[in-house]
Ligand binder design. Structure first.
Ligand SMILES: [Cu+2]
Length: 143
């Protein structure tokens, strides 16, 4: 009887540890573009296709990154665009990549993603463009 009680108590403690262990991940919203580690990600915005690609892959903290945005069609968009890098639900310092139009409908710029002291890795890249309704991609940056 005593042994059985101990086993139950141990099981309850383990369950508690499991719930606690998964709590931080559950609190963080899910990324919609983790495919960015393997290739470009595309989404529709205001009737156009917006594609983001980041090199080198996989996308890591504290590394110089090249951000490439392609918009099809791209008529009427500014020759320079800003890509805002933020953390959902956290106030971080402003981090905006200046994107310049290269060839065709592609903009390119260099930037860096800092490692967050909280240990969270979810970042959001928002293309600041009123014409496109500021499309965003979220992804977990790797170490
Ligand atoms: Cu943060």
């Amino acid at each position: 009887m005593v042994l059985r009680r101990q086993v139950i108590r141990a099981a309850v403690i383990m369950l508690g540890a499991l719930a606690f262990g998964t709590a931080p991940a559950a609190a963080e919203p899910a990324a919609d573009s983790n495919a960015i580690h393997a290739g470009p990600c595309t989404r529709s915005a205001a009737g156009r296709e917006v594609t983001l690609e980041i090199d080198p892959k996989p996308v890591k903290h504290m590394k110089e990154l090249t951000f490439r945005v392609t918009v099809e069609p791209c008529e009427g968009l500014a020759p320079n665009l800003l890509l805002d890098l933020s953390m959902p639900g956290m106030v971080m310092g402003r981090n905006q990549v200046r994107m310049s139009k290269r060839s065709g409908c592609t903009w390119e710029g260099k930037g860096l993603i800092v490692r967050c002291m909280s240990g969270r890795t979810l970042w959001k890249a928002t293309l600041l463009s009123p014409e496109l309704g500021n499309p965003a991609f979220t992804f977990n940056v790797r170490d």
